[in-house]
Ligand binder design. Structure first.
Ligand SMILES: Cc1ncc(COP(=O)(O)O)c(C=O)c1O
Length: 393
């Protein structure tokens, strides 16, 4: 009988189980909302990126349904062959207007936007200067580009400057940061990085996946929040998180966008969004412009929940956003915290190495605009009980 050439994967999985790091996927049995049902249990949901509750917003539902009726369920092709529908172009126009840039290209996901863009605009002669906590899709894009990769310690602009200054003046350089860091919830130091990029001729790129719909006027992101319009060459946003649907986009000048139309591999080689996705995203932009109160509610809930965790004495790192990590230390401890919270009716996913450092395993919480105060107080009470039980507070 043939030996299973994949047997080593089973051994790796066993090792995860031995370390209590093996995770069953939690199954959502209802809508993605603030109080919902996972694995048969009714829970306060602190694990989604559905910041504004738009996954179930009536305007998005209605526009998506209408698009299915009018245009069907799929686009049937990649964008560069027959899969560019008028509604895709309308979404790109609307996003460009919203982000105050010349043009926007939409990708199938934020991951594809980051990886596809970095890989397209750089080659093996170039260099990337990247924050150590940048998202995996940026790291993969850097690797695919074959450019040299220089990593600076988290948010350390002086270290980034030393790296840039050590490089030949004529070499093409991309300076890149997350706008909001996805596991810690802190903000990239945009003003100082933009200054560095301008002084040294770097291309400046910001991944605003977790800032889209959350920071800046009407949710325009960290570039708007910091007043950096016109100073970031490549802005990435996502349509999968606060916008409530699916997708990513790059915002910039027209030649950047037209270049990506010709060279970004996910754009060229993977089918475009179903029309209902584009329609839902357009409706989401209307909601951001017409109902900014939703964003205020997100921030009111964020302040309430963060203050509650701080009062209880948890280590919540340096978050400045609705993402609040509750740091437990070792991976197994974080998973125990997550599992016990779940039994108490609160879903906060455990996150361990290699997503975060080995001794910084955590549960990551994200509050949304649609949590009620009762939901959040219920969650805080559960955190207090379980935190004491596990010796975290
Ligand atoms: C910082 C960051 N960038 C990009 C992405 C990818 O976005 P998407 O889920 O739309 O692929 C994520 C999502 O996990 C993220 O956290």
């Amino acid at each position: 009988m043939r030996r299973d050439p994949l047997a080593y994967l089973g051994a790796e999985l066993q090792s995860l189980k031995d370390q209590n790091l093996y995770r069953q996927l939690r199954i959502l049995e209802d809508e993605q909302k603030a109080h919902t049902t996972f694995d048969g249990r009714s829970v306060v949901n602190l694990s989604s990126n559905n910041y504004l509750g738009l996954t179930t917003h009536p305007k998005l539902r209605a526009r998506a349904l209408d698009a299915v009726q009018r245009f069907g369920v799929g686009s049937g092709s990649v964008r560069t062959i027959a899969g560019t529908m008028a509604i895709h172009m309308e979404l790109e126009r609307r996003l460009a207007e919203f982000k105050k840039v010349e043009a926007v290209v939409v990708f199938q996901s934020g991951f594809a936007a980051n990886a596809g863009t970095v890989a397209a605009i750089l080659n093996k002669d170039d260099v990337v200067i990247s924050d150590e906590l940048n998202h995996a899709s940026i790291i993969d894009g850097c690797r695919l580009s074959r450019a040299a990769i220089k990593v600076f310690p988290h948010k350390d602009v002086d270290a980034a400057r030393r790296l840039v200054e050590g490089l030949p003046a004529g070499q093409r350089k991309l300076l890149i940061t997350d706008g909001v860091f996805s596991m810690d919830g802190d903000l990239g130091p945009l003003p100082a990085l933009c200054e560095l990029a301008e002084a040294t001729g770097c291309i400046m790129m910001v991944d605003d996946a977790h800032a889209s719909g959350v920071f800046g006027a009407n949710g325009r992101g960290t570039i708007d929040h910091f007043g950096m319009h016109g100073r970031v060459d490549v802005q990435v946003g996502t349509l999968s998180k606060a916008v409530g649907a699916l997708g990513g986009y790059v915002a910039g000048n027209r030649s950047l966008i037209e270049f990506l139309y010709h060279r970004a591999r996910p754009f060229l080689f993977s089918t475009s969004h179903p029309p209902a996705v584009a329609a839902a995203c357009i409706a989401a932009l209307d909601v951001l412009l017409e109902e900014p109160r939703i964003i205020e509610r997100l921030w009111e809930n964020t302040r309430f929940f963060k203050a509650g965790l701080a009062r209880l004495g948890f280590d919540t790192g340096a978050s400045e956003s609705p993402i609040t990590p509750v740091i437990a230390g070792e991976g197994a401890k974080a998973m125990m915290l997550s599992d016990r919270l779940f039994e108490e009716g609160v879903f906060a996913q455990g996150i361990a190495f290699p997503t975060v450092a080995k001794d910084k395993a955590r549960v990551r919480t994200i509050v949304t605009a649609t949590h009620t105060r009762e939901d959040l107080q219920y969650a805080l009470d559960a955190f207090e009980r379980v935190g004491r039980e596990l010796g975290l507070i």
